[in-house]
Design a protein around this ligand. Structure first.
Ligand code: PA5
Length: 431
């Protein structure tokens, strides 16, 4: 079995040395111990820590059964959710999918997403697309009260009931929510939907390995057992990796590197970075502290953000996700005229060019004062993604404790909601 690896040697600078990173390792170990003992801030939200190893055969079988029903009986399945109730599934599905899956014939129902924005045209276009088809709905909200998914669900539920009848709609709607609380739980009970529970002690951004992520991923046709197995492997064997990452990024932060850029060289990893941004941004950005998590897609963004990264303010470091093996081989052909001047790389794989772009960029950025952490991912499959997910979750919990914040709350996200509710005239809210 292949495992992810971490290399922090290109992260060392005159201020951040192997010794200074090593000096933080005991703090990382103490943070891991605090998570384990359940004695830190937000300790009622650490259910994700031993979640992978506790997922049962019955749970997986039930999720696979629901996924099969939706895949086989629907043309489309719309997964409704936002933030932690959306990004994990989206990240895994994009990372595992054919780059042009949306334009190729599908073997089961096509999975679509909604409730992750309030775009009026988005909802219009989506309803126009699924109208006249048999579609299923997976509605996901831990609180059961989030505005964006609630609007999308009200619209799609109405459409489905009008077109297919209430009974068919109810049989093809699955709610994933809190065990007892919230409007979605009440609605699911009233309508008789099948439901899955988001455990009380698992916050949204740590919930991808619960039904929140597993059901949409299974509906998209991917192997949730291998995903969970990868996470279990990291839960059991990942201590050194997570400690190295947490200690290195916190040492860099203390040295003035306030922004972490998650870099990928494979377009399928774009949404993994979106998931990672939520995980780290919501967990660490509080009490006026925390590394700002940003992301770039290379080599694409080298042609837009490359200048800033090479030459702008020296407050950034990069964490590079490097995929070792592509699934397919594409070789650059020889051209007799060579008008494009590419014959010097004829006969070589596109992946080799990408690898040299990565190496060349690392050398240039390190030279330009941008320290690099490198995480190698053997291949983009379920097992490796499961490892990566758990690795980032554990290192995030540890980093939050090392920073001295509660990594498991998100008080700051309420401020805009109060204003929006007041502006919309929701009873009980004022500006
Ligand atoms: O991390 C979080 O808790 C948030 O980003 C939530 O995931 C997001 O707001 C969605 O919340 P809910 O699942 O309650 O609808």
């Amino acid at each position: 079995m292949n495992y992810i690896k971490i290399d922090n040697t290109a992260a060392f600078t005159p201020e951040v040395t192997a010794e200074s990173v090593n000096a933080l390792l005991p703090q990382a170990a103490a943070a891991a111990q605090t998570l384990e003992a359940g004695t830190g801030a937000g300790n009622d939200f650490t259910g994700w820590l031993h979640l992978p190893g506790s997922i049962t055969e019955e749970q997986l079988t039930a999720i696979e059964r629901s996924a099969r029903l939706l895949r086989e009986e629907c043309d489309y399945v719309v997964a409704i959710g936002i933030g932690g109730s959306y990004l994990g599934a989206k990240a895994v599905i994009e990372a595992l999918s054919d780059n042009f899956a949306a334009l190729k014939p599908a073997r089961g129902a096509r999975l679509l997403f909604a409730g992750n924005n309030i775009g009026e045209d988005y909802l219009h276009d989506l309803m126009q697309l699924v109208s006249g088809h048999r579609f299923g709905i997976i509605v996901i909200s831990k609180s059961g009260t989030t505005t964006e998914p609630a609007i999308a669900f009200r619209l799609l539920k109405g459409l489905l009931e009008r077109e297919q009848g209430r009974e068919w709609a109810a049989r093809h709607t699955i709610a994933i929510t809190d065990v007892a609380r919230g409007a979605l739980r009440t609605l699911a009970t009233t309508e008789g939907y099948d439901t899955y529970v988001i455990p009380d002690n698992v916050g949204g951004r740590f919930s991808v390995l619960t039904p929140v992520g597993l059901l949409p991923i299974a509906v998209a046709g991917f192997d949730i057992r291998a995903l969970v197995a990868g996470a279990v492997a990291m839960e059991r064997e990942g201590d050194t990796l997570t400690a190295t990452y947490a200690a290195t990024r916190n040492t860099l932060y203390a040295s003035g590197k306030k922004i972490e850029l998650l870099v990928n060289y494979d377009p399928r990893l774009h949404f993994l970075a979106e998931w990672w941004k939520q995980l780290y941004g919501e967990s660490e950005g509080k009490q006026h502290k925390g590394i700002f998590p940003a992301a770039v897609d290379f080599t694409t963004d080298l042609h837009s953000m490359g200048q800033w990264i090479q030459d702008g303010e020296r407050t950034i470091f990069e964490t590079v996700l490097s995929v070792e093996n592509q699934l397919h081989e594409v070789t650059i052909p020889t051209d007799e005229a060579d008008l494009d001047g590419l014959n010097y790389i004829a006969g070589r794989r596109v992946g080799e060019v990408n690898n040299m772009a990565e190496l060349g960029t690392r050398l240039a950025h390190v030279d330009g004062g941008v320290p690099n952490i490198r995480i190698t991912v053997p291949t983009l499959n379920e097992h490796c993604l499961g490892q990566l997910i758990y690795f980032f979750e554990k290192a995030c919990g540890m980093s939050g404790y090392m920073l001295g914040v509660n990594p498991f709350d998100q008080p700051g996200v309420e401020a805009y909601k109060k204003n929006m509710f007041a502006l919309l005239g929701k009873p009980g809210y004022t500006l």
